[in-house]
Design a protein around this ligand. Structure first.
Ligand code: SF4
Length: 418
């Protein structure tokens, strides 16, 4: 680990739960359905987080646990079987059904793995039923994707073929672009996990080299390793520097010649650095405070410091996997203050003491901080925006420059000119 200062903190948390990841997973795999076994609160969360499904038949739903279930008066398994049967009758195109656990289903201890096994047997040949937890007791919002992918790993067929496996949901155009770069480097067997169809799972085996595209896939990486894959050590593909090193890690592993690597990446890097310039001017010297939520905080801090010149006050992170973050931690400046976990009150006190120019935080904290005159950026935006890769570095920087620009526009002095 570099010279960062690592502190741990526990206390009240203010983060979205793992159910939130359904919002991007259902778009990624249109033949999958996510059935949350939860309360009306859970239903409201995904309805309002997704917020866009009014005119389309959604690919998620909630099996609502009523008071009778919560009091243990009803047989929750019978109820669940009935809901699943009705759903699959109405929606025969579903190929993979995820039963997603929630706080209420965990509190009353519904065994969803048993339910998934039973329903898989019942609907064999029609639909595969899997389960994972999105409960806010156990997960922050990106860990929902980790749980869903981990549940899919046992279904991946075995193959010893040599291949590069990109792991973690990426925007489709970004994924296409990255695959084109790998093809130019002569790496032709490149697969993605999750795939664009839940039934088209890539194979896995001793010849698989995994390049993690997202930093929150701890459990998935572990089970892929158990299936024989090699996890390549690299920073995450955010910014020019991170993306270059990420691609280099794959290139080195596939013995790509340095000349080819340099001639492929150099034009992209020159163009990206030029596009970054105006944002560097806006961000350089500005004080940044990241509150823990998405697990993307360390790669973002590295990019915003090293490539945009922002000063890091504190980097909060829900949990720290040192092995997965090794390459990132080495790139952080000396004495970066990293705080694992959260005590939201204490963290907010430190925000107020340091008066940062920008705070990256969850939606629940953004409004109160804005009301106090502190500019914010929602961390959830990072998982919905196409920010990965060399080409996207300026778009990523722009996401952070925008709130600062907005604040400049509404200062009393600026308003006087209207
Ligand atoms: S899973 Fe828990 S935290 Fe998430 S919406 Fe349901 S009750 Fe709330």
């Amino acid at each position: 680990m570099s010279g960062s200062t690592l502190l741990k903190e526990t206390g009240p948390r203010e983060v979205f739960c793992g159910l939130t990841s359904i919002v991007w997973l259902h778009r990624r795999m249109p033949d999958a359905f996510f059935l949350v076994v939860g309360s009306r609160t859970c239903a409201h969360l995904i309805q309002s987080a997704a917020g866009v499904m009014i005119f389309a038949e959604p690919r998620f739903g909630t099996a609502i646990l009523e008071e009778r279930d919560l009091a243990g008066l009803a047989d929750a398994h019978e109820e669940l079987d009935r809901v699943v049967k009705n759903l699959l009758k109405r929606r025969p195109e579903i190929r993979t059904l995820f039963l997603v656990g929630s706080c209420p289903s965990e509190v009353i201890k519904i065994d969803l793995s048993r339910a998934a096994e039973r329903l898989s047997n019942q609907f064999q040949g029609q639909v595969r039923v899997l389960n994972y937890s999105g409960s806010g007791i156990e997960t922050t919002f990106t860990q929902g994707e980790d749980g869903a992918l981990k549940a899919l790993v046992p279904l991946m067929p075995v193959s010893p073929k040599e291949q590069l496996l990109l792991v973690g949901t990426l925007a489709n155009p970004v994924e296409d672009r990255l695959k084109t770069i790998f093809k130019r480097l002569g790496i032709h067997n490149v697969e993605s996990f999750p795939p664009r169809q839940s039934t088209e799972l890539p194979s896995i085996g001793n010849g698989t080299k995994v390049l993690l595209a997202q930093p929150y896939l701890t459990d998935t990486a572990r089970v892929l390793k158990d299936r024989g894959a090699e996890i390549l050590q690299a920073p995450f593909p955010l910014g020019v520097e991170g993306s270059k090193r990420w691609i280099e890690a794959a290139a080195n592993s596939f013995n790509v010649k340095n000349d080819l690597l340099n001639s492929t990446l150099e034009p992209l890097i020159i163009r990206a650095r030029k596009a970054l310039k105006p944002y560097q001017e806006q961000l350089s010297g500005k004080k940044l405070f990241l509150l823990p939520e998405s697990q993307l905080e360390i790669p973002l801090a590295r990019f915003l410091n090293n490539e945009c010149g922002m000063e890091l006050i504190e980097v909060g992170i829900p949990y720290l996997n040192r092995e997965m973050m090794k390459s990132e931690l080495e790139l952080l400046p000396q004495n970066t203050r990293i705080v694992e976990g959260q005590h939201v009150e204490k963290q907010l006190d430190r925000v107020r003491d340091h008066k940062p120019d920008l705070v990256v935080c969850g939606m629940g904290l953004a409004n109160p901080l804005e009301a106090e005159g502190i500019s914010t950026k929602w961390s959830i935006e990072m998982v919905f925006s196409p920010i990965h890769g060399i080409d996207q570095a300026s778009d990523l920087a722009e996401l952070f420059a925008r709130p600062l620009h907005r604040k400049n526009l509404i200062t009393p002095k600026a308003l006087e000119t209207f």
